[in-house]
Design a protein around this ligand. Structure first.
Ligand SMILES: Nc1ncnc2c1ncn2[C@@H]1O[C@H](COP(=O)(O)OP(=O)(O)O)[C@@H](O)[C@H]1O
Ligand SMILES: [Mg+2]
Length: 388
């Protein structure tokens, strides 16, 4: 077996060669930051990269030249933070609603059908709130962006879902929602005639409809039924797109970067996520543990004479030092388990002293990621040996 490539080198290579990088992980771990930081690095490596963000903080969005409504790629100037970047970077924000509308435009069979859908009250809700639609739209947009000739790499940030995996299953979930047997089955014969009538082919259908009418109101049902009717012509288009998204995600020119924080809950999610990616044969690129607490004992000695501290403060400082050390060691221990379980050496990215909200911060964060250290091999091997 050839020796395993160093993980930071593997990530750098992916930024140089692949066409799609999907940054995924639980909410709040630093996905958006990582996606943007990797974008800067890719531009420095000569790529024409587009970073598609989902929910940048207001300050980060401003630094990326994105206002609330900018769902079109905007070119950024990296001259100040990466003067010799050979490539280019653009950024955009995903807008779920307009992506869905664009799909309707693409697949509606004619103008009348299109307008019926876009004006449908149910559609207005569903396009914004359908469970999984946010995730689905991210995937949908990805497909469109990879065909854009202006970019040779798309870095996709993923939505802050409770279950980080939702977006992988989103295309399937959307399809099965649209196929939603019960409502569609009962409502179709009812409204296909184009009239509001309670005469239905089956008794069960009639009953279900009466019940639904009582619960939901007839206007709602009419909207819903119209929605499904109009959507029917688009099923094939949607199915085809969903299949293409799956193929794209599995392609060796794509890659997943999994980000996690060093706390138990998100680590469990990362472990699960890694399992599912492997099971779905998605190409894995790197595991990043972000916001790690550094071990003060391993920090470089600042040198120089020690200042004289007011009475009592030195004892407090020692206590803080000890706490930090204990935290860092506990984190290292859980991370060793993570590596043994996943077989992926995590890239360890420290917690920075300030938030990352501008291009300079992104440049520095990216340098930290590509220069990140991994856990001591010796300890991982020992832990793996003890497990076996
Ligand atoms: N290594 C880090 N050190 C310090 N702050 C960080 C680090 N990584 C991310 N942050 C901050 O954490 C917050 C959440 O990051 P974000 O990328 O928006 O997370 P997510 O997209 O996963 O929800 C942001 O304010 C960001 O600046
Ligand atoms: Mg985010």
């Amino acid at each position: 077996m050839s020796p395993r490539r160093e993980p930071a080198a593997a990530l750098r290579e992916a930024l140089q060669e692949r066409h799609v990088i999907v940054v995924c992980g639980a909410g709040g771990v630093g996905k958006t930051t990582t996606a943007a930081a990797l974008g800067v690095q890719a531009a420095m490596l000569g790529r024409r990269v587009l970073v598609c963000t989902i929910d940048p903080s207001r300050r980060l969005a401003t630094s990326l030249g994105l206002t609330r409504l900018s769902d079109k790629p905007r070119a950024l100037t990296l001259a100040r933070v990466a003067p010799d970047a050979a490539g280019e970077m653009s950024a955009m924000m995903l807008d779920t609603k307009s992506t869905f509308d664009a799909l309707v435009h693409r697949y509606a069979k004619d103008e009348a059908a299109r307008d019926r859908i876009l004006q449908n009250r149910f559609y207005k809700h569903v396009s914004a709130a359908l469970h999984g639609s946010h995730e689905y739209m991210a995937m949908e947009k990805l497909l469109e962006l990879t065909l854009d000739e202006r970019f040779d790499l798309v870095v996709l940030d993923t939505p802050p879902t409770l279950h980080a995996l939702d977006f992988l299953e989103a295309p399937d979930r959307l399809m099965s929602f649209l196929d939603a047997s019960v409502l569609r089955f009962f409502l179709r014969p009812y409204f296909a005639a184009g009239r509001v009538t309670l005469r239905i082919a089956t008794r069960t259908g009639a009953l279900a409809l009466k019940l639904a009418d009582r619960l939901l109101g007839l206007q709602f049902l009419q909207d819903l039924s119209e929605f499904f009717l109009a959507f029917e012509s688009m099923y094939d288009g949607f199915k085809e797109r969903a299949a293409k998204v799956h193929a794209l995600l599995r392609d060796p020119s794509s890659g997943f970067v999994l980000v996690t924080a060093p706390n138990a809950a998100t680590l469990d999610e990362a472990r699960y996520f890694h399992e599912r990616l492997t099971e779905k044969q998605m190409p894995f690129v790197a595991l990043i543990v972000n916001r790690l607490h550094p071990d003060p004992a391993q920090e470089p000695d600042p040198g120089g004479p020690l200042p004289t501290l007011p009475a009592g403060l030195d004892a407090k400082l020692i206590a803080v030092h000890r706490d930090m050390q204990a935290l860092a060691r506990a984190e290292a221990k859980t991370l060793i388990r993570l590596e043994v379980d996943t077989g992926e050496p995590p890239l360890l990215v420290p917690e920075l002293e300030t938030d990352i909200h501008d291009l300079r911060g992104l440049r520095e964060a990216g340098d930290l990621i590509l220069g990140a250290r991994t856990l001591p091999r010796r300890r991982v091997r020992r832990a793996a040996g003890a497990r076996a």
